[in-house]
Write a protein that binds this ligand. Structure first.
Ligand code: T1G
Length: 701
C-alpha cells in the first residue's frame, strides 16, 4: 500500500506516500480506506488527519493508471471520497505544495481543510480533455462560489492557497497555516479542536447550498465565453454543464451527472490525445541510456555568440531564468543592434503588463557583452548562433576550443549542419552538443538537443536539466540532415508542391490543413518564414540529394523574387503593411504554365487527400527517423511537431494521430499515393517499421 498510518495520541494520521506526487493509484486508494477503517474502529482515535508525504499533498488521480483496469478498480476514487465524507470521526486534510485534480477532490470530501500558504490548488482535468470526475464540479462551487469554481475548472489553472483563503465567503479552507513548516502541527491542533464532533455536527460539503443569482443567464454567458475553447474539443463546455448541474440537481444527482460527463470525455479521441501528450512531454526528458542520476555540470553562467535574432532570443531564455548571459559579437554596431532588440522585446512585455519593470531591469542587469572571445573563458555553457555555414562554425569552435574553460559545454544552434563535424573542430568533442532553438527563440517551447556520436552523457543530462530550467520542451535528436522536425517538414513540403502540380491551389491546400487543425498551412507559412530559405536548402540539396524530387513551382516563385511577406508577395499577394494573404492570379498563372511545361493534366483533389498526403508524409518520415535511431520514442516526434510546428494539440501529434486512424489504414493510403507518377514512388512505400507494426496489429507506443 502507498499510504502510511499512525496514531498520535487521539489523532490518527493517514499519509499518502506514492512518489513523485502521491498520484491516487489503486494501492494508495486501498491505503486510505484501510487507514480510515482502522481509525474509525479504534476507540482511542477521536479525529483523523490525511496528508501527503514529499513534494505534494496529491497531484490527483494516477495518470499512469489511465486506460488500465486499475484506474477503475474498487475502491475507485469516488468511493474513497464518499467513505471519507461518511466517516463517523472528523477528518482534517492537511494540504501543502500541490493539491490538484483528484487530490483536491479528496480534500473536499473531508470535513475540514487546513492549508499551507504557497500551495498550488487546481482542478486541471480540462487540460487532459476531461473534467473533475470525483465530485470536483459539485463540491468546489459549494466552497468557493459558482463563478470562482467554474473559472478554475474551465481554465484548469492553479491558484495559490493564500489567494483562495482571502476570498470573501470562501469555505474551502478552515484554516491557513502560518507556513509549510508549521502546517502539520497546526493541523494537529485543529484536529484536536474538533475531535469531539460527531454526526450532524460534522460539516459536509454536500449540504452547502449551490446556486447562482442569474442562473440560466450566467451559464449561457459562460457557454458563449467557453465556446471558442471548445471549437476543437468538448471538455470545456462539459465543465459548464457539470457545474450547472450542481446548481440545479440534488447533490447525488449532480454527482451522477458529473460521472456521466466524465466517462463520456474519458473515451474521446481528444482526451486520449491530451493524456498521451502529458506523458510524452515528461517522457521526452528521459534518455534511454542516460540514467536520471547521471551527474550534471553546474551551469551558472552562459555565453551566446551572435547577437542576431536567434542569439538575442536564446539569451532572453536564460535571462528570464535568472542566469547571467554574456553576448559576444565581432562588431560593436551588431552588438548594439542585438541589445536594442532585446530591450525592445522586454519593453513590449512591460507595456502589455506581462513583465514588471523591476523584473525587466533585473534581467538586463544579468546581461553583459563583449567583442573578445577571451572574455568567454569563465562561461559554463557557450551557445553559438552564428551564420549557418560550416566554415563559419569551424572558426567559432576552433576559437572556443582555445578559450573555453575545461568542462564548459560548447553548443551549436545549427538547424541543419552536422554536429559531429562541428565537434571535430575541437579537441573536446565530448563537450559539444547541438541546441537547436526555434525562432522566435524566446517564445517557441521546442528545443532539439542534438546528440553527437561523442557527446558526453553528463553533457546531455546537463542540457536536459537546463532546458527544463528555461522552460523548454527538450527532445533529443541524433545527427542527420534536418534532425527530427526539419527532416519531416521536408517531406511535408514536397507533398505540398506536388499537390499544386497535380491540380490544387495554394489556398486550397492551406485551408484544408488549417481545417485539420494546423496553425498555418505550408504556403502561408512559407510566405511568413520566407520562401528563399527553402530555396537555398533545395539548391544545397540538389547536389547532396539529387535523388530527391521536388515540384519546381517553389523555385519558379523565388525566381520572380516572390519571397513572401518580406517582399510583399509570395504564394499570396499582400497589401503594403498588411499580413492578410490574398490569392494571387500571378501565382495561379505560374502554376498553370508550369503544369503545361510538365505536360500535367490537372485533376480535382479532395481536401481529404491533401490532409492525408501532408500528414502521412510526416508519419512515414517519422517512422524512418525511429528506424534510424534519430529519435528514441514516437512520443518524442509528437512533442517536436506539437511544440515546434503547430500540429493540433487535440490530435496528439502525427505519430499518435496515425495510431488513432489505424496504421493499416495509413499504410493502405500510402500504397495508393505510391502509384502517383509525380512522386518518386519509393517515398510512399510504408516504412518497414509501419509494415511490421501493421503485421503485428500494433500502433506507435
Ligand atoms: N499521476 C501520475 N503521475 C504524475 C501525475 C499524476 N497525476 N502528475 C505528475 N506525475 C508525474 C509525472 O509524470 C512525472 O513523472 C513526475 O510526476 C513529475 O511531474 C478523478 C481524473 C503535479 C504540478 O492533471 O500538473 O485527477 O516523469 O515533471 O513540474 O478528477 O506534474 O518523473 O516519472 O510535471 O513538479 C489531474 C498533472 C489528474 C496534474 C508537478 N491532475 N500534473 O509538476 O513535476 S486527472 C493533473 C502536474 C484527475 C480526477 C481526475 C504536474 C505537477 P516522471 P512534473 P512538476
Amino acid at each position: 500500500m502507498t499510504a502510511e498510518y499512525k496514531v498520535l495520541g487521539e489523532v490518527a494520521v493517514i499519509t499518502l506516500a506514492n512518489p513523485p506526487v502521491n498520484g491516487l493509484g489503486y494501492a494508495t486508494r486501498v491505503g486510505i480506506t484501510d487507514g480510515l477503517a482502522k481509525a474509525n474502529a479504534d476507540d482511542a482515535v477521536q479525529a483523523i488527519i490525511i496528508t501527503g508525504a514529499g513534494k505534494a499533498f496529491s497531484g490527483g488521480a494516477d495518470i499512469k493508471e489511465f486506460g488500465t483496469p486499475k484506474a477503475i478498480q474498487d475502491p475507485n476514487l469516488l468511493s474513497v471520497i464518499l467513505a471519507l465524507e461518511a466517516s463517523a470521526k472528523p477528518i482534517v486534510a492537511a494540504i501543502h505544495s500541490v493539491c490538484m485534480g483528484g487530490g483536491l477532490e479528496l480534500a473536499m470530501g473531508c470535513h475540514y481543510r487546513v492549508a499551507a500558504p504557497g500551495t498550488s490548488i487546481a482542478l486541471p482535468e480540462v487540460k487532459l480533455g476531461l473534467l473533475p470526475g470525483a465530485g470536483g464540479t459539485q463540491r468546489l462551487p459549494r466552497l468557493l462560489g459558482v463563478e470562482t469554481a467554474l473559472n478554475m475548472i474551465v481554465s484548469g489553472e492553479a491558484v495559490k492557497s493564500e489567494v483562495l483563503a482571502a476570498l470573501p465567503g470562501q469555505k474551502l479552507f478552515d484554516h491557513l497555516a502560518a507556513s509549510a513548516e508549521s502546517l502539520f502541527d497546526e493541523a494537529l491542533i485543529y484536529a484536536k479542536s474538533v475531535a469531539g464532533k460527531r454526526g450532524d455536527a460534522l460539516p459536509l460539503v454536500r449540504k452547502l447550498p449551490c446556486q447562482h443569482p442569474q442562473g440560466d443567464a450566467y451559464f449561457q454567458f459562460a457557454r458563449n465565453m467557453v465556446g471558442g475553447m471548445s471549437k476543437n474539443y468538448p471538455a470545456p463546455l462539459k465543465c459548464v454543464d457539470a457545474v450547472e448541474a450542481a446548481t440545479k440537481l440534488k447533490f447525488d444527482e449532480g454527482l451522477a451527472e458529473e460521472r456521466r460527463l466524465f466517462t463520456m470525455l474519458m473515451f474521446t479521441p481528444e482526451s486520449i490525445a491530451l493524456r498521451h501528450l502529458f506523458m510524452a512531454e515528461r517522457a521526452a526528458s528521459k534518455i534511454p541510456d542516460v540514467p536520471d542520476d547521471t551527474p550534471k555540470r553546474e551551469i551558472q553562467s552562459v555565453a551566446v555568440i551572435g547577437a542576431g535574432t536567434m542569439g538575442g532570443g536564446i539569451s532572453m531564455n536564460f535571462l528570464n531564468a535568472g542566469i547571467p548571459v554574456k553576448i559576444l559579437e565581432m562588431k560593436q554596431d551588431a552588438l548594439d543592434r542585438g541589445i536594442a532588440t532585446i530591450k525592445k522585446n522586454y519593453e513590449a512585455q512591460v507595456k502589455k503588463g506581462k513583465l514588471k519593470q523591476a523584473a525587466y531591469e533585473q534581467r538586463m542587469a544579468l546581461l553583459t557583452t563583449t567583442l573578445s572571445y577571451a572574455d568567454l573563458k569563465d562561461a559554463d555553457l557557450i551557445i553559438e548562433a552564428v551564420f549557418e555555414e560550416l566554415g563559419v562554425k569551424e572558426q567559432v569552435f576552433k576559437q572556443l576550443d582555445e578559450v573555453a574553460k575545461p568542462g564548459a559545454i560548447l553548443a551549436s544552434n545549427t538547424s541543419t549542419l552536422d554536429v559531429d563535424k562541428i565537434a571535430a573542430f575541437t579537441k573536446r568533442p565530448q563537450d559539444v552538443v547541438g541546441m537547436h532553438f526555434f525562432s522566435p527563440a524566446n517564445v517557441m517551447k521546442l528545443l532539439e538537443v542534438v546528440r553527437g556520436a561523442k557527446t558526453g552523457k553528463d553533457v546531455l543530462a546537463t542540457v536536459m536539466g537546463v532546458a527544463k530550467k528555461i522552460k523548454k520542451t527538450a527532445v533529443v535528436s541524433g545527427v542527420c540532415d534536418g534532425f527530427i522536425g526539419n527532416r519531416m517538414i521536408e517531406q511535408y513540403s514536397r507533398q505540398a508542391g506536388f499537390l499544386l502540380d497535380e491540380g490544387a491551389t495554394p489556398q486550397q491546400v492551406d485551408k484544408a490543413i488549417e481545417k485539420f487543425g494546423f496553425a498555418m498551412g505550408p504556403f502561408r507559412m512559407g510566405d511568413l518564414a520566407g520562401n528563399d530559405i527553402g530555396w537555398a536548402i533545395r539548391k544545397r540539396r540538389a547536389t547532396e540529394r539529387a535523388d530527391m524530387k521536388y515540384s519546381r513551382t517553389a523555385d519558379k516563385l523565388c525566381e520572380l523574387g516572390r519571397f513572401g511577406q518580406k517582399t510583399g508577395a509570395g504564394w499570396y499577394d499582400y497589401q503594403a503593411g498588411k499580413r492578410d494573404a490574398i490569392p494571387s492570379q500571378v501565382v495561379l498563372d505560374l502554376i498553370a504554365q508550369h503544369r503545361k511545361d510538365e505536360g500535367i493534366v490537372p485533376r480535382k483533389i479532395s481536401d481529404e487527400e491533401i490532409v492525408q498526403r501532408l500528414v502521412y508524409a510526416l508519419v512515414n518520415e517519422g517512422a524512418h527517423i525511429l528506424e534510424d535511431g534519430i529519435a528514441s520514442k514516437s512520443g518524442d516526434i509528437d512533442m517536436v511537431y506539437l511544440t515546434g510546428y503547430g500540429f493540433p494539440i487535440w490530435r496528439g501529434g502525427p505519430m499518435h494521430y496515425a495510431s488513432q486512424v489505424g496504421l493499416y489504414n495509413v499504410a493502405e493510403a500510402m500504397k495508393r499515393f505510391a502509384k502517383n507518377p509525380r512522386d518518386d514512388g519509393k517515398f510512399w512505400e510504408p516504412a518497414p517499421l509501419i509494415q511490421k507494426l501493421v503485421a503485428d496489429g500494433k500502433s506507435f507506443s
